[in-house]
Design a protein around this ligand. Structure first.
Ligand SMILES: [Zn+2]
Length: 146
């Protein structure tokens, strides 16, 4: 599956903002389902994400020549979140069902559905990436600026 990343990686003259990912194998799913492993050491999560990445490319398909095993440490959080959601979609399909508990009355809303293929991803432009002044972030809940 080829996925457009919200940010991507600038390397030399090229903007690598498309990633090709595979699907989770049974072995990797067992790792993720192992509660003891998750509680004692989450270090295997970046390793599993790394294993899913087939290539990083420009829009035109030019492949990044860097070390893919180190890529998870170079990409911003928004790109990693996009990759994790798309690995989920690529492995189990785009329909994600869940339950939500109302925080006011405790009612359990069953069979809630999120269509992963319809999530909107806002991309940053190259100009925005290069602009050193554009580093202010407004937190959505508190409105604080950083
Ligand atoms: Zn309620």
């Amino acid at each position: 599956m080829r996925v457009k990343l919200p940010n991507g990686l600038l390397d030399g003259q090229d903007h690598f903002n498309y990633i090709v990912i595979s699907e989770l194998t049974g072995k990797q799913q067992n790792y993720l389902a192992d509660r003891e492993l998750l509680e004692s050491n989450i270090g295997h999560i970046p390793k599993i994400i790394s294993d899913m990445i087939v290539s990083l490319e420009t829009k035109e398909g030019l492949q990044w020549k860097g070390n893919l095993k180190e890529l998870v440490w170079k990409l911003p959080a928004g790109d990693l979140e996009t990759i994790i959601i798309k690995i989920r979609e690529n492995t189990f399909g785009s329909r994600y069902y869940f339950e939500a508990v109302c925080e006011h009355c405790g009612h359990i809303n069953k069979n809630q559905r999120l269509d992963l293929d319809k999530l909107k991803v806002e991309s940053i432009t190259l100009k925005q990436m290069m602009d050193p002044n554009r580093r202010t972030i407004k937190l959505p809940k508190s409105g604080k600026l950083f």
